[in-house]
Design a binder for this molecule. Sequence first.
Ligand code: IPD
Ligand code: CA
Length: 262
Amino acid sequence: MKDIVLRISRIAKEAGQKLMTHFSLLGQAEVFHKGRIDLVTVADQESESYIKEALHAAYPEIGFHGEEGGGSVYDQGRLFVADPLDGTTNFVHGLPLFCVSIAYVVDGQPQAGVVYAPYFDEFFWAAKGEGAWHDGRRIHVSTTANLVDAELEFGFSCVRAGLKPDTMPIASDFVYRAQCIRALGSAALALCYVADGRFDGFWEYYIRPWDWAAAQIIIEEAGGKLTDFRGGPVDWRTGRVLASNGLLHEQMMAVFAERHQN
Ligand code: IPD
Ligand code: CA
C-alpha cells in the first residue's frame, strides 16, 4: 500500500503541474463541450492520458476508471479511479478552485486516496488505517454539532445531467437551516475541506466515483462519514453523496427524508 500511496501522490502532483501550464492560458479551441454546459479541455485530456499511462506502466495488473476515458465498472476488482481535473468549469473561467484526484479502490472500497490542488499547492491524502493528512499535518473533521452552525457545500450535477429530482428544493431547505451553503465547483476539493474541518457537510445528486472515491477515504480517515442520503453505502450508478463530520449526519439525512427524495 505504501508504494501505491507514494506513486499516486507523485502522479497527482505531476498531473497538477501539467494543469498549471494551461491555467488562464486556454484558447477557445482548447475547450470542448461534452454536453450543453459540460466542458472538457485539452488540460483534462492531457492530464488523464498522463495519469493513465503512468499508472499502467507501474501497475499493469490494476484497472483504470477515469472521467475522460471511462473504464472499468467501479465496484469490481482492483482499480485506480481518477479525475484528471475536477473543477473544469472553474478552470476554464480562471478560478483556481480545481484539483487532481486519484483513488485506489478494491471491490468498490477506497483503500487510499490523494487530492492535489496545484494552484494552492495543497495536498491531501489518506490510506486505510493510516489517518488523513494535509501537507504533512494530520487532519480531522470539524466538531460542529448543530446544523444551524454548519457551513455546507453542494453541487448541481443532477441539473446538468438533466435528471430529477432537482437539487434546488433541498438547497433551499439547507439555506434556511444551516449557517450558510456554498457551491465551490470542485467536489473532490470541497470534500477534502469537509475532511479538514473547513466545511461541516456536503451533498450532491448524481456525482461520479472519480469525484468522491479519493475524498471518501480522506473523510473517513479524518473521522467523518460519506454515505448515500439514507446513511448506506453510495450506489456509484446513482451517485447520491452525503458527507459530514459525522455529528451532523442524522440532521442532514432528516432533511432528505422530509423531502422524500431518497
Ligand atoms: C464537477 C465538479 C462539480 C460537481 C460536478 C462534477 P468536473 O466535476 O466537481 O463541483 O458539482 O458534479 O462533475 O466536471 O469539473 O470534473
Ligand atoms: Ca473532471
